[in-house]
Design a protein around this ligand. Structure first.
Ligand SMILES: [Zn+2]
Ligand SMILES: [Zn+2]
Length: 407
């Protein structure tokens, strides 16, 4: 058995507004973080596919690497399925991660997009349909490209996720119909953790994956969420088998309370609001703000509670809440910028004592293993984060992030 750290959802420079992200920079950060396998991002886009095809070569079955490098890329894109479901006024829209076993499978999906008349000119393309039946046919056609194709609902509780408050679905079968048994895993997303999803009836039996969904090669983006799989080898088929058999050793998660829509509320700089207002429990049933009487967006926490069935006994899922190490260092120094020279220098000092950031977080006697020359305030923050002694208070709501307190 071996443990493989995977981060299977990212976006490339083609996603727009982020500039080029060299694959070399991605691989370098993977080394530092300890990520073995990384979702390529945007592989369906012809220009991105060509870039991947010319820069990478196959180094394990279904996995690709840069020359003289041992990090793996897995062919991955995000697509947005949108359809019309009976009983819903608005279109149902849900983001999905799609994993491909080889470049020929990517080309086959490009051909399907063409056949369906879908534009394939952006990193995260839309696949639209007018009925659940048509959507289901599209999903089956993609799955039929190769038995190893994997379609994974992305960041399920965000407004753009399958279970988000915009869609307001009560069961996954409304969307997937007969395709539902072909869904093996869901992505928790930055806004939720396994504890929040564990009692949602349709999810209770599925594999939970955590990915960074990053648009950058920065140290606080790649691997900000990740999954450790129990596998026998680093290959595409063993990764897919681990996903389908829930062979997850652990996931590393954002603390969901940091998220900007975790609670229901209104921030302070709205009309008629001198003070912010948020509900940790029980928001008004009509979601009208008691101060300004305008509607509030239902927070992710309460959306999860709404979907949960308290009689479900949750599966045991190993996970830890994590803050990227450069952010912990910056917090310990009282510095805002994680790219400041001081922060980067301390990160490098720390990395001289550990093979990777993941190895640091997993060290059983971390206090003894830290190198000398680290300021005490930073040491205290690192040890507190490893022991999950940090909170966001207040948590995020109405577009504002939660406020971090360590220790
Ligand atoms: Zn998305
Ligand atoms: Zn209000």
């Amino acid at each position: 058995m071996m443990q493989l750290a995977v981060d299977l959802h990212s976006h490339s420079g083609y996603a727009g507004g982020v500039g080029q992200i060299p694959l070399e920079a991605v691989a370098q950060t993977m080394h530092q973080k300890g990520i073995h396998v990384f979702g390529s991002g945007d592989c369906l886009l012809p220009a991105r596919m060509q870039e991947l095809q010319s820069a990478l070569h196959q180094t394990a079955e279904g996995l690709f690497s840069l020359p003289r490098d041992d990090r793996y890329f897995l062919l991955q894109t995000e697509v947005i399925f949108s359809t019309r479901l009976p009983g819903y006024r608005n279109k149902t829209i849900a983001h999905h991660v799609v994993l491909f076993p080889h470049f020929a499978a990517v080309e086959a999906m490009q051909k399907l997009m063409q056949k369906w008349g879908m534009k394939n000119t952006i990193g995260r393309p839309f696949i639209t349909s007018n009925s659940q039946k048509e959507l289901e046919d599209q999903l089956w056609a993609i799955a039929a490209i190769d038995p190893a194709m994997e379609i994974i609902p992305a960041h399920v509780l965000t407004p753009d996720g399958i279970y988000g408050s915009k869609n307001n679905l009560s069961e996954l079968t409304e969307f997937y119909g007969n395709f539902l048994p072909r869904i093996h895993a869901v992505e928790t997303g930055l806004s939720a953790d396994p504890a929040m999803l564990a009692r949602i009836p349709d999810l209770a039996q599925l594999t939970f994956l955590s990915n960074s969904d990053c648009h950058s090669a920065a140290l606080n983006r790649i691997g900000r969420e990740f999954t450790i799989l129990d596998t026998t080898a680093a290959t595409y088929p063993t990764i897919i088998a681990a996903i389908r058999n829930n062979a997850v050793a652990m996931t590393a998660e954002f603390n969901p309370a940091e998220g900007r829509y975790f609670l229901t509320g209104h921030r302070a700089n709205r009309p008629h609001h001198k003070h912010p207002l948020w509900f940790d429990q029980h928001p008004p049933e009509d979601l009208r703000c008691p101060v300004c009487h305008k509607p509030m967006l239902l927070g992710v926490k309460q959306r999860a509670q709404q979907l949960s069935d308290s009689s479900i006994i949750p599966h045991k899922r190993q996970f830890m809440h994590l803050i990227p190490l450069v952010e912990v260092i910056a917090h310990g120094l009282g510095i805002k910028s994680v790219t400041s020279q001081k922060v980067v220098a301390l990160f490098q000092t720390l990395m001289s004592s550990f093979p990777s950031e993941i190895a640091l977080w997993q060290h059983p006697r971390l206090a003894d293993a830290l190198p000398s020359g680290i300021p005490d305030t930073v040491i205290q923050c690192i040890l507190a984060v490893q022991k999950n002694r940090f909170t966001f208070s207040p948590a995020g709501f109405d577009g504002t992030y939660g406020i971090l307190h360590i220790g």
